[in-house]
Design a protein around this ligand. Structure first.
Ligand SMILES: [Zn+2]
Length: 310
């Protein structure tokens, strides 16, 4: 998703491209074409990019959810040359949460965690009103915080093997219980063990989409209900740990999957979180105020802010 925004942060153009699975070169080419399409007269004076993964100093160090990105890729420098203007790149959830602090549901709060639940679970952190941009790019990655079993790997003992495996190679991480792709694996495992579920009936051999989850949940499907409750518990547990550590004012739950599950699922997370807070006050939990385009809008706003500072 690419957007063009004006000085006030208003979206004046948007264009959609499905991220290529052919590796870094193909994706960088797509970004160049997206910029050309949105800005044919080259009047936009800077470009911001949000990308999944850990990113530091213009380099995508690790992006487990991008096909073929198996080594660090210097993105900012390369695109600065071809696009002939300043380019900033940061984690997509960092960008999305930044947009929420400027225009969305995290305005005028100091300490905010963003939990973005989509295919995986991304995160971002605002501390004392500023987006936490850590030197190694890891800050806010709540999806890879262990919520079960201490995040241990199999070599630590047989018991650890039963803890859900995460896309990153770890175990017991939030993403392994709340990410859409992980939930699909858990649902198919339930089905294979002999429990019928509408989730598999509706998806057949295709991807188990957010729409399918919403439908099965609304119909009272037992497997969907249990797994979404488990996902809410896992999400609340991670939020409670973060709130206890940092004394968060607010948590914004965004991302495609969580947005489709909507306020009933967020309420479940908020209730469990409140019940878990034995010391201190629970954080206020809200949805994204901007929605699908938050990362792209945040990237543009961030490019504006960063280069204005210089
Ligand atoms: Zn993980």
């Amino acid at each position: 998703m690419g957007v063009r925004v004006d000085q006030a942060g208003k979206v004046t153009g948007r264009s959609l491209a499905k991220t290529s699975k052919d590796g870094p070169e193909a994706v960088l080419g797509q970004i160049e074409r997206l910029v050309e399409k949105l800005d044919p007269d080259t009047t936009a004076d800077r470009v911001g990019i949000g990308a999944p993964g850990t990113i530091s100093e213009g380099t995508v160090d690790l992006a487990v959810n991008l096909a073929g990105w198996d080594r660090p890729v210097q993105v900012a420098e390369r695109l600065q040359e071809t696009l002939q203007r300043p380019v900033v790149i940061d984690n997509d959830v960092n960008m999305a949460l930044y947009a929420e602090t400027v225009l969305g549901s995290a305005q005028e709060v100091s300490n905010v965690l963003g939990v973005w639940v989509g295919t995986g679970v991304g995160g971002a952190l605002v501390l004392d009103g500023n987006l936490r941009r850590s030197t190694r790019g890891l800050a806010g990655e709540i999806g890879h915080v262990a919520v079960v079993g201490g995040g241990n790997r199999p070599h630590l003992g047989a018991a650890a093997v039963t803890v859900a495996a995460c896309s990153c190679g770890g175990r017991g991480h939030l993403e392994a219980y709340a990410g859409r792709a992980a939930l699909e694996r858990l649902a198919r495992a339930e089905h294979s063990s002999g429990r019928p579920t509408q989730l598999v009936e509706l998806a057949a051999s295709s991807r188990m989409t957010s729409t399918i989850w919403v439908e099965a949940w609304a119909n009272g499907d037992a497997v969907a209900t249990e797994l979404l409750q488990q996902a809410a518990r896992a999400t609340a547990t991670a939020i409670t740990a973060a709130t206890t550590l940092i004394d968060l004012d607010a948590v914004v739950i965004g991302g495609g999957f969580a947005s489709r599950l909507g306020s009933p699922w967020r309420r479940m997370v908020a209730e469990i979180h409140a019940s878990q807070m034995t010391i201190g006050a629970p954080a206020t939990i809200t949805g994204s105020g901007i929605g699908d385009n938050a990362a792209a809008i945040g990237a543009a706003l961030s490019a504006r802010a960063l280069f204005d500072e210089r």
